[in-house]
Every structure is written in C-alpha cells, then in structure tokens.
Design a protein around this ligand. Sequence first.
Ligand code: PBG
Length: 327
Amino acid sequence: MDLRYRPRRLRSSARLRKMVRETRVDKSSLIYPMFVTEGTNVKEEIPSMAGQYRYSVDRMEEKLTELAEAGVGGVMLFGIPDHKDEIGSGAYAEDGIVQKGFRKAKEVCPELYLIGDVCMCEYTSHGHCGILHGHDVDNDKTLDSLAKIALSQVQAGADMVAPSDMMDGRVGAIREMLDSNGFTNTPIMAYSAKFASAFYGPFRDAADSAPAFGDRRSYQMDFHNRREALREVLLDVDEGADIIMIKPAMAYGDLIRETRDAIDLPVAAYSVSGEYSMVKTTAAAGFLDEASIVCEMAACAYRAGTDIYITYFAKELARYMDEGRLG
Ligand code: PBG
C-alpha cells in the first residue's frame, strides 16, 4: 500500500520510542506530602491511605532519608496537632507540631527542600480553613492568621510556603509578612486553583480535618469552572506568587495545560489523597497494575504541563524514573 506517512515507524522499537518521547521528567521535580504528629516513636498507618503514615518528630528521619536517597526534590509537611481550638492557634505556635517538624527535618536532612502547607483546617476545632463568623469563614480576618502561620513555618525552617486555604488576597498578605520580616527570598507556591473536591476524602481522615458542619464550597472552587480557575491563577500571579499550583491533578489536566500556556511561572500539580487511595485499593484488589498506573498518571500530568509534581508516590516514582519506566 502506498502510504507516505506511517506514524507507526517511530514506534517500531523501544530505543526509538524513547528517543522521540515528548515528555521528559526529572526526580528533582517530585514533592512528597508527609504527616507529622505529636508523641514519640509513632509511625502509624493511615487507614484511608494504605502505605502512608503519620510520623512523630523523632521518627521522621527514617522517611526523610529514604526520600532524599531516592532523589525526591522536596517534602511538604502537614501537622496534626493534639489540641485544636476555634482560631487554630496551634498553626502558628512556636512549638507547634509542624514547626517542630521543620526544625527536625532541617537538622536531619538538610538536602531536602522543605515546603509548608499554610492552612488552618488541621488546627481548628470546627475543621474550616479560617476564622469563623457565624457559619462562614471571615476572609479578611483569616488573612492575618495565614500570614502568621507562614512566617512561623519559615522561622522554623520551611524553605517555601504553600497557602492552601483559598482565601482572597492571601498571597499578597503572606508576601508582605515575609518581606517585612526579612524573608524576601522565600518563595510562595500558591494553591491557586484548588477545587472543592471529593478527592480529598482520605486526607481528611489522615489529618482529622473534615469540617464539622457544612463544606468548603464557599472558598474552594466549583469544579465546573475553568475561566474562574484562570482568573484565580492570574490574581495570584499579580499578588506575587512564585509558583502556581493546580489541585487535584488527575481529573484537572485541562487546567494544568491552560495555566502552563497562560503564564510564565512554574506550574505545580498536586495528585491528592483520593487519587492515591483509588490506585492503592484497586491495585490491591488485583484489578490494575500499580506501577504502570502511577507512571501513566505522572507522565500525563507532566505532559499536561506541570513542572512540579506533588504526590504520595514520590519515592516510587523516583525509582521508576531511574528504571526508565517513564520520562
Ligand atoms: C488543607 C489541605 C487539604 C489538602 C491539602 N491541603 C485538605 C482540604 O482542603 O480539605 C488535600 C490533600 C490531599 O487530599 O491529598 N486545606
């Protein structure tokens, strides 16, 4: 048959397929989300996230070292405090759980890049991401707390902060607080387009942060919207964000791509707890091959345009990259 173009020619051997691959990935772009809890000698498996654990500060070293040795670029810390209150004061306490976690991580594993998730839902008795006014979160009052949280994390050793609360104006408020305290070089990675997503279910069990009433739809975005997501992205760029994040990752590739095309800043995508647990449970049932799915999900996020990939599979992905299974 007289066919001039035969796309299959470039798929004819493994060597050639690898040569013409369009998406290249690198271990240093992987970030691992990690849960730190009070107590000593705690390494407790999270029931909703098989293979993920809550670590007490004294048990962090083992995991951090593993990650660093695997070549993972950074870690994002989430604190699980013993005590919560109405205003989430534990989030900016000097001896707060995440602050202790940062100090420890800096001491035992200085080669890992440390990122602070700036939010209040793990620390408030009501589980919402800010200061309440009646049954709603008071945006402007919450900004002061968020700026305090960011500063306290940086003072404890965070190299970067990542506000995940979805309040309006928080990137600007945090930038101002960091700058006026001499941290002009500390970057902000904004969870710019963070959607009110059922994919966060397992995380809320892990961090005990489900809202006691209502939901997060008055601050996190409606997943039907893309123009609004781009507007959120541009607002954060304007307020001084250094990196823009889209979250979740898997079902939101269109927005990763649109953001990549719309701005010049690095783009991050967070493959969230629900994505992790869906893979784990389905693989455990024998219905799909875990490693193959994890590689495919990651490659697709990078192909969509992400520069930084935040995932509970970070260590495994680093190994798959070494093995040439993706990128
Ligand atoms: C804190 C926060 C959440 C996640 C990251 N930061 C939970 C939420 O918004 O309810 C979710 C991460 C995940 O599901 O893996 N606000």
